[in-house]
Ligand binder design. Structure first.
Ligand code: BYC
Length: 470
């Protein structure tokens, strides 16, 4: 079952062999399509887009590139093949065979993880739905839609798990995934960052750099799961996720490169004078999306994380790189707030697992920022982008409700209020960035504020017609 079938619901899970499940998913399918048409990319549904479709779970040859209209995209349901003899790799059940069914005592915990993961997928599509009106090039427009359809497919993957393993409440949760709305006051999406507006392309690139990277770490932790269908689903989702982070990292890199080029062209060294985005403004959007994404790892000290690890449901990033998989009696040293002071303290390891995952994520983000700084250096400009402290601008966890500078100094609120406009995008920044967002739809052409990509998609030339406009 490696290759996707050509049924009404394309799949590699032998859906035809389970008539009840097939009927249930066929009942959900029109709701999904209604949601996609109402809340998906505005204005481009009937256009031919040069997209990658996953057609198998083979390492080579899983991707098929061709023009497709987004509502006709084959969303597909994929599980990676089952590995014979797989056992729990961590937690209280390590060494025992993994589960193919939901264990009753962990049903709620597991459902919550699947629903939280599933909720982010449609949320991001909703956040990005207006961006097609202002794409800086056809190349970028196509990449936006690629990201969007794959998030739609990831939603399908999570709904498959809900329908298959969670009975009636799974089906209800699947409906709710289409009912919540990003940013809605009454029915918001579950996690904070997924309710933030992504109202222009600089935010989109920061989102795909930092927020999709949270996706990489969360999916990798779930890919370790002892609930085997979840592990098999997440493993395949990670394959697609890599492109989303590529879009973000190279997107920002191209904006940075253009900023440097324009600095050198303008007599006053001001890229804004020539329709570019200056490096300090890029730093502010980095500060915003990085801090919002740090929140997605949950509290620093979390009994939920400890429970999920103990139950074998959610592991660490690349669990097999660690020697010890029980984590009883071990500790993690981290900063904590005690009596208004930041102190370094040991926390029982299982309770510190959100922070352990966040620490891996931070290292990965730093590698990306280092590459941006290399671009700046190569352009001969003296400026460095930096990741702010993990305490800066937090809304979840122990730093929330306290004010920290990007360097990590504890501040009083008055100082924070006076300075925050210099650290985070203010209204004038938003207005300026939005003023640059004019669509460029001529093949091979780029908006003034972004450099062209190093190479085209699927090795096609830059002037390729990635989206047919007629
Ligand atoms: N916003 O014990 P705590 C992706 C809640 S991105 C709002 O500290 P826990 C993608 C939490 O629910 C990856 N609420 O944290 C990227 C809990 O509520 P209850 C998405 C939050 O539970 C781009 C309470 O605070 N996948 O794929 O250990 C585009 C205390 O929680 C937030 C996942 O997240 C927040 N940021 O960890 C498309 C994986 N954080 O239960 C897609 C699945 C926490 O007290 N989810 N809360 O009502 C999880 O593993 C965990 O739920 C979390 C939270 C890591 C999110």
């Amino acid at each position: 079952m490696n290759v996707i079938t050509d049924e009404k619901i394309p799949n590699n899970v032998n859906l035809a062999g389970d008539r009840r499940l097939q009927r249930a998913l066929e009942a959900w399918q029109p709701h999904f399509l209604d949601w996609w048409k109402a809340m998906g990319p505005v204005g481009w549904q009937d256009k031919d887009i040069y997209l990658r479709t996953a057609i198998s779970v083979e390492t080579d040859g899983w991707a098929h590139f061709d023009y497709v209209k987004m509502p006709d995209y084959r969303w597909g349901i994929f599980l990676e093949p089952k590995q014979d003899g797989r056992v729990h790799g961590f937690g209280d059940f390590r060494g025992q065979p993994v589960w193919d069914e939901v264990p009753g005592e962990f049903r709620n915990l597991l459902r919550r993880l699947v629903v939280t993961q599933g909720d982010t997928e449609p949320a991001s599509v909703e956040q990005q739905r207006m961006l097609g009106a202002t794409a800086p090039s056809l190349y970028d427009l196509r990449n936006l839609f690629q990201v969007n359809v794959e998030e739609g497919r990831h939603l399908w993957a999570m709904v498959y798990l809900l329908h298959t393993y969670f009975g009636r409440d799974g089906r209800e949760e699947a409906e709710e995934l289409l009912a919540r709305r990003s940013g809605d006051a009454d029915k918001p999406r579950i996690l904070g960052a997924f309710n933030e507006p992504t109202s222009h392309w600089l935010s989109f690139f920061m989102f795909t750099m930092f927020t999709d990277r949270d996706g990489k770490y969360q999916l990798a932790a779930l890919a370790e799961s002892g609930f085997d269908p979840l592990a098999r689903t997440c493993r395949f989702m990670l394959t697609e996720e890599a492109h989303h982070m590529f879009v973000g990292e190279t997107g920002v890199q191209r904006v940075v490169k253009r900023a440097c080029e324009l600095m050198k062209q303008d007599p006053n060294g001001d890229p804004r004078a020539l329709g570019g985005i200056d490096l300090p403004t890029i730093q502010k959007y980095l500060n915003l999306w990085y801090s919002l994404s740090l929140d997605l790892f949950g509290g620093e000290v979390s009994s939920n994380a400890a429970d999920a690890f103990a139950a074998g449901l959610k592991g660490r990033y690349k669990e097999d790189r660690y020697d010890e998989h029980a984590l009883i009696g071990s500790v993690f040293a981290m900063d904590v707030l005690r009596d208004g002071k930041v102190v370094h303290e040991d926390v029982p390891m299982r309770n510190a697992l959100n922070e352990v995952l966040r620490t891996e994520y931070i290292k990965d983000c730093q590698r990306g920022v280092d590459r941006w700084n290399k671009t700046i250096r190569d352009e001969g400009i003296a400026f460095e982008l930096v990741l702010p402290s993990n305490k800066f601008h937090r809304q979840i966890g122990m730093w929330a409700g306290h004010c920290f500078s990007p360097a990590g100094e504890l501040l009083d609120r008055a100082t924070w209020d006076a300075k925050k406009g210099a650290w985070l995008p203010n209204e004038a920044d938003e207005t300026y960035i939005k003023s640059l967002m004019k669509p460029v739809y001529e093949p091979g052409k780029m908006a003034s504020w972004i450099a062209p990509p190093a190479k085209g998609i699927n090795n096609l030339p830059g002037e390729f017609q990635y989206v047919r406009l007629q």
